[in-house]
Design a binder for this molecule. Structure first.
Ligand SMILES: NC(=O)c1ccc[n+]([C@@H]2O[C@H](COP(=O)([O-])OP(=O)(O)OC[C@H]3O[C@@H](n4cnc5c(N)ncnc54)[C@H](OP(=O)(O)O)[C@@H]3O)[C@@H](O)[C@H]2O)c1
Length: 288
């Protein structure tokens, strides 16, 4: 499988398609899923400190036998570790946990708290060669404006946000395009949202191209220039989700899918109290 790459603002070429491991448990399932994905041709894995499965991702990468420089590896720093010294330590811990010398991309997972200190630690780790590209996640237009000054030295290479046909992030994409920040989609399949999969326009196109609805959605996102990494624990889906590079939607079909946009998603990063609820949902130091 030949996966196209997109060029980031720092010059690095990121595979535009990959595999996400949010909510895959670290009981051997992450290891199996990542190994399957790599065997099926995926070369980009998206994990995070707060997914608790970085170690299994690293082991699968090692055991796959694929040279390290052929796999793009992303992880993310969790909110609890944004203080400068904590961020520095966490980057080293993540590399040790994953058995890697460097990460291709490292993200500020949530735009709250000591973002400026975390970013400084990430810039230094980038200088030291531990992180190739650095970026952010869940930055809305409002949160981007709030933190923009913290990014004075290095502009984030990506902003990873909720994105799928129901939530197409139009205002944010305009700002990101102006700043040359690539958009990465989380929940590219709407986390399996049944309503989305039933949309008549998507069903019609699936029939036309002899594809399934998931493939139509992922192809749409790819043609929109968005980096995607759908998650699945089922080998048949891991395989089919990647089979999106042998057909092309027409501009009318792209417009029809653009018409599904509801302008809002499942998660609102601007809502009051979000940081606290995230902190109580994911405690990365519970077992320290
Ligand atoms: N930065 C952030 O805050 C953030 C937040 C969420 C996610 N992410 C990243 O983005 C990645 C993708 O997002 P996501 O995992 O939340 O959601 P997603 O990829 O949109 O959807 C995954 C869900 O869809 C199902 N699915 C997968 N392929 C399917 C298909 N072809 N047809 C029907 N259902 C299918 C999966 O079930 P099965 O596993 O049972 O197949 C799973 O329940 C994550 O894994 C993570 O790496 C980042």
């Amino acid at each position: 499988m030949q996966i196209p790459t997109f060029k980031l603002n720092d010059g690095h070429e990121i595979p535009s398609f990959g595999f996400g491991v949010f909510q895959i448990p670290a009981d051997g399932s992450t290891y199996q899923a990542v190994l399957s994905a790599l065997k099926l041709g995926y070369r980009h894995i998206d994990t995070a400190e707060a997914y608790f499965n970085e170690q299994e991702v690293g082991k699968a990468i090692k055991d796959s036998g694929i040279p390290r420089d052929q796999i793009w590896v992303t992880s993310k720093l969790w909110l609890q570790d944004y203080a400068y010294e904590d961020a520095k330590k966490t980057i080293d811990n993540t590399l040790a946990k994953m058995g890697l010398d460097y990460l291709d991309l490292y993200l500020i997972h949530q735009p709250y708290g000591k973002v400026d200190e975390a970013w400084r630690a990430m810039e230094e780790a980038q200088q030291a060669g531990k992180l190739r590209s650095i970026g952010g996640s869940n930055f809305t237009p409002k949160l981007w404006a709030k933190w923009k000054d913290a990014f004075a030295n290095v502009t984030p290479a990506v902003n990873q946000v909720e994105f799928n046909p129901y939530f197409q992030q139009r205002p944010l994409r305009q700002i990101m395009a102006k700043e040359h920040v690539a958009l990465e989609a989380w929940a590219p399949l709407g986390q399996g949202n049944a309503d989305l999969f039933q949309e008549p326009v998507l069903q019609r196109l699936a029939k036309k191209y002899d594809k399934n609805v998931g493939q139509i959605i992922l192809r749409f996102e790819h043609q929109e220039g968005v980096i995607v990494f759908p998650k699945s624990v089922h080998e048949a889906r891991i395989k089919s989700n990647a089979e999106i590079f042998d057909f092309e939607l027409t501009s009318d079909e792209m417009d029809a899918i653009r018409g599904l946009d509801k302008g809002q998603g499942m998660h609102d990063p601007d809502a009051p109290g979000v940081a606290d609820s995230l902190l109580s949902a994911f405690d990365v130091h519970a077992n320290d």
